[in-house]
Design a protein around this ligand. Structure first.
Ligand SMILES: [Zn+2]
Ligand SMILES: [Zn+2]
Length: 194
C-alpha cells in the first residue's frame, strides 16, 4: 500500500492586477519509488517541502502532472533528468513513450478528467486511509472562497478557467464516485460524503 503527503499546500490568491497560485504538491511513496505530483510554481516552498522529507529533487524517481497550466508545472525545471508523466505519455528528455492505466511499476491509477483542461487527468492512490484522489483543478478554491464539500456544492462550483463545462461535470462525478478523500488543486484535502 502506498502512502502520501502534501508537501506544499496549494493556494490561489487574488492581488491587484495579478494572481498568486501554486497547487498542492503531493509526494507519494509507493514501494521503493518516490513520486511527485504537480511540482507547482513556487521553488522555495517546493525545496522546503522536500527538505522536510530529507529529500532533494534528484531523490525523486518520477514527476506526474495533472495538466499543463504553468502554475502546476514551472518547477519541472528542477527535474531536468527525470521522467515526466502526464495522463498518457512519458517524456524522457525528447523521447516520448505512451502508456495507459497505471503509472508503470506502481499501483497509482490514472483517471482521465477533462474539462478544466483538455489533457487533465487525476491520480488515484490506495492508502491505509482509503482511496485518495489527487484531483488537480477538477476541484479548486481561491483563498477568499469558502470550501463547501457537499456533493451539490462540489458539482455546481464555478471554474473561471473551464474549457468544457459538460466534461468537467462528468469528471467531477467520476472522482466523487471513485474517491474516499480528494486533494484539490488549490485548497484543503476533503473527505467525500457517501
Ligand atoms: Zn489549472
Ligand atoms: Zn491550478
Amino acid at each position: 500500500m502506498a502512502h502520501l503527503k502534501i508537501i506544499v499546500n496549494g493556494y490561489a490568491k487574488k492581488r491587484p492586477g495579478y494572481e498568486l497560485a501554486s497547487p498542492n504538491t503531493v509526494l507519494i511513496f509507493d514501494g521503493t519509488q518516490k513520486i511527485l505530483v504537480d511540482p507547482g510554481a513556487n521553488k522555495r516552498l517546493l525545496l522546503k517541502g522536500l527538505k522536510k522529507e530529507h529529500l532533494k529533487p534528484r531523490d525523486i524517481d518520477v514527476v506526474l502532472l495533472t495538466h499543463y497550466h504553468l502554475d502546476h508545472i514551472l518547477n519541472i525545471r528542477l527535474f531536468p533528468e527525470h521522467d515526466i508523466y502526464d495522463g498518457d505519455t512519458i517524456n524522457r528528455a525528447d523521447k516520448i513513450i505512451g502508456y495507459s492505466g497505471n503509472i508503470p511499476r506502481t499501483n497509482i491509477k490514472v483517471i482521465p478528467t477533462p474539462g478544466h483542461a483538455y489533457e487533465h487527468c487525476s491520480f488515484l492512490v490506495q492508502t491505509a486511509q482509503g482511496k485518495v484522489v489527487i484531483a488537480g483543478d477538477v476541484f479548486w478554491w481561491s483563498e477568499r472562497e469558502k470550501q463547501k464539500t457537499d456533493r451539490k456544492s462540489l458539482l455546481k462550483k464555478k471554474d473561471p478557467y473551464v474549457k468544457n463545462k459538460a466534461d468537467l461535470l462528468q469528471s467531477r462525478k467520476r472522482l466523487l464516485a471513485a474517491a474516499d478523500h480528494i486533494i484539490p488543486g488549490h485548497g484543503k484535502m476533503f473527505k467525500v460524503e457517501k
